[in-house]
Design a protein around this ligand. Structure first.
Ligand code: ZN
Length: 659
């Protein structure tokens, strides 16, 4: 099918992790932690071999389903997906590093999946073990297709890493079976899962196998969502349920993004992880089917999220109740939900938007989520995790109040419902695929993220290597060096992040004008020679960032940011009562790198004020005179590194006198 400019298409392709090797100190170390610590740790967790952690029972559920073991199913209905995410992570790890021992464990678990798979292709331990006669009777709540989707993603990652087809065949068999169950033919179910996921996974399965049935099935699920008569009503009636599930006045099924058909959804509603997984699939389908209207919806949703519903850390979903989006500008800090998975899903969505529209806005959000709301989800040693990422913590209330019961003051070793830990592991293990894109038609190579790495791509049959050296996000300097077999003309497009007000660039020592950029990408087109070098300097001043005035929680407050990294104050550095600290107008700050602290981070210091101590001794709760204030040194650390020392208070937003 021919394309015109109006029709959505991928203008570039993200370069696969196989062609990108990360070697900087910041991310390579985290990749190592995932490969060497997190993957074995999570394997132990899936096998209930971690003392003190909530039981997972995931592997045991598969053993029971396979007939290898006897017992009862235990865990959430979507417990299977933890294994799927682990296996997908293993695929990404093996794509970069050979590890025969790990591959053997994975192959054995794939054999177990094969044994747990039913004759007809069905593979879900909850229903197989617990309710074998009730498959597909509660798509709204029970995550059957969601789990299938995660295994499809795992199958593709593992197949691409190892070339072994077994798990891909298992999941194709399952997908083929699903395609017989769902559809608009007589006797088929015209339904879709309450938790989007299978939609984006089917697109990946299509890309890996070239079987268009999978793409069609994904489109079917997306198109059916929210249609009337409503599938969830029909399904609830079939179950003879009195109520029709999650409904509220004026908001029926928006929790599932099923309140109206997707092409009529212009604001982000409902459960935030579900939303961004769905939106990711919608971008994929808009591209595959040249669907202008669907892409337009994606853009409207994008603007709604980033302009009205996203925290400064790139987290989304501000309400713990239903883990959902609420109304524009409702971004509470101490009750923030901001599930790690939602920030990860935002990155999935941003990456897809970026390939369709070469605009830095998407890469900026990808970077913001990555360095803040995603990375905060994992401790520095990779052994404990946040599910919820608040921007302000007062442990006394967080540990007491019912409306803060989801907020944890310290990262937890594992969760009974462990969606986030394996999700962050797979994201870090696959980070290489977010760094670069290639537009083969226009002969352009895009650099989205500044991470020390080596890129290898093919251009007209020759291998082009690009080596990126940087101490980002702490350092302002990025060096790029090309290695070519012969002089070649193409454009190198470098992102000038929106937070950077002053960038300088030179090629082989010759300074270029950085003001001429296209949608935030500085394009350098020339006949490149081997050993050509580019020096990019992105000025990273310490910025005081304010919120839109309609964000009530942040009125009169500012946050410290440097480059893509958002900072916070912790009690261990600043004493208790962080709400008392005020940054005066014109406050000066310094930044320095402390290699001993938190695995090596930049810290920001400055002088604020706080209430004089003797005023605190005042015994009245309310008084009429102002308290006197005294200077106080403040020390801010990167938000992602909070809660790795003595537990205590934390805040991102700090009071600030504007006048
Ligand atoms: Zn999660």
């Amino acid at each position: 099918m021919g394309t015109t400019e109006k029709e959505p298409r991928k203008h570039m392709e993200a370069v696969s992790i196989k062609n990108v090797t990360i070697h900087d100190s910041f991310w390579a170390e985290r990749e190592q932690i995932v490969a060497k610590t997190v993957v074995p740790y999570q394997w132990d967790a899936l096998n209930d071999a971690i003392p003190g952690a909530e039981p997972s029972h995931t592997i045991e559920n598969f053993r029971i389903a396979a007939g290898d073991s006897e017992g009862e199913y235990y865990g959430m209905v979507f417990q299977d997906s933890d294994l799927a995410k682990w296996l997908e992570t293993v695929g990404f790890v093996l794509a970069k590093h050979k590890d025969p021992q790990l591959e053997k464990i994975a192959d054995d678990v794939i054999d177990l999946l094969g044994r747990a798979q039913q004759q007809d292709g069905y593979l879900n331990t909850y229903y197989t073990v617990k309710k074998p006669d009730e498959r597909w009777t509660n798509l709204r709540d029970n995550h059957e297709l969601y789990c299938a989707g995660h295994f499809m993603e795992a199958a593709v990652a593992y197949y691409e890493a190892t070339g072994k087809r077994k798990v891909l065949d298992i999941m194709c068999k399952y997908a083929d079976y699903i395609a017989t169950i769902f559809g608009d033919e007589p006797g088929q179910i015209r339904g879709y899962d309450g938790h989007p996921e299978v939609e984006l996974a089917l697109v990946k399965l299509y890309e890996a196998t070239d079987n268009k049935n999978y793409l069609e099935l994904s489109k079917f699920f997306v198109d059916e969502r929210g249609q009337q008569p409503h599938f969830f009503d029909h399904e609830a009636k079939e179950r003879e349920e009195a109520g029709l599930g999650k409904q509220k006045e004026g908001r029926i099924y928006d929790y599932f993004q099923a309140h109206v058909p997707v092409r009529e959804q212009f604001t982000a509603e409902g459960h935030s992880v579900r939303a961004v997984y769905l939106y990711s699939a919608m971008v994929d389908l808009a591209v595959e089917y040249n669907d202008v209207k669907l892409l337009d919806v994606c853009k409207k949703l994008w603007n709604d999220v980033v302009q009205k519903k996203m925290y400064i850390i790139g987290g989304i979903g501000s309400s713990a109740h239903e883990e959902r989006f609420t109304v524009p500008f409702d971004l509470p800090n101490d009750r923030a939900y901001t599930e790690t998975c939602a920030a990860i899903g935002l990155m999935f969505w941003a990456q897809r938007m970026l390939q369709v529209e070469k605009h830095r806005d998407y890469a900026d959000v990808m970077e913001l989520a990555l360095y803040n709301g995603i990375l905060s989800g994992m401790s520095l040693d990779g052994k404990s995790y946040f599910y919820v990422n608040p921007l302000e913590v007062w442990p006394d209330t967080a540990n007491f109040r019912n409306d803060m019961k989801t907020v944890k003051v310290t990262r937890q070793p594992w969760f009974g419902c462990a969606c986030c830990p394996p999700n962050i592991a797979r994201l870090i293990a696959s980070l290489g695929q977010y760094l670069y894109s290639q537009d083969k038609v226009e002969r352009e190579v895009y650099v989205h993220l500044y991470i020390g790495s080596k890129l290898e791509i093919d251009m007209d049959g020759q291998t082009i290597q690009l080596t990126q050296t940087t101490n980002y996000p702490w350092d302002e300097q990025i060096s790029l060096r090309l290695q070519l077999e012969q002089p070649t003309e193409f454009s190198l497009a470098l992102r000038i992040p929106s937070w950077c007000k002053s960038a300088t660039i030179s090629v082989n020592g010759e300074v270029l004008n950085t003001r001429i950029h296209v949608n935030g990408y500085l394009k350098i087109r020339r006949v490149w020679q081997s050993e050509d070098s580019i020096e990019l300097h992105l000025e990273m001043p310490i910025e005081l960032v304010r919120s839109h005035p309609r964000v009530r929680e942040n009125a009169g407050k500012a946050a410290l940011q440097r480059g893509p990294v958002v900072f916070c104050l912790e009690e261990v550095d600043n004493g208790a009562n962080l709400q008392d600290i005020v940054l005066p107008l014109g406050a000066k700050f310094d930044v320095h790198f402390d290699k001993e602290l938190l695995g090596g981070v930049s810290i920001i210091t400055g002088t604020g004020t706080r209430t004089e101590e003797k005023a605190e001794e005042h015994h009245s709760l309310y008084i009429t005179q102002a308290f006197s204030r005294v200077p106080a040194t403040i020390k801010a650390i990167p938000y992602f590194a909070w809660s790795n020392r003595t537990p205590g208070e934390m805040t991102v937003w700090i009071r600030h006198s504007e006048v």
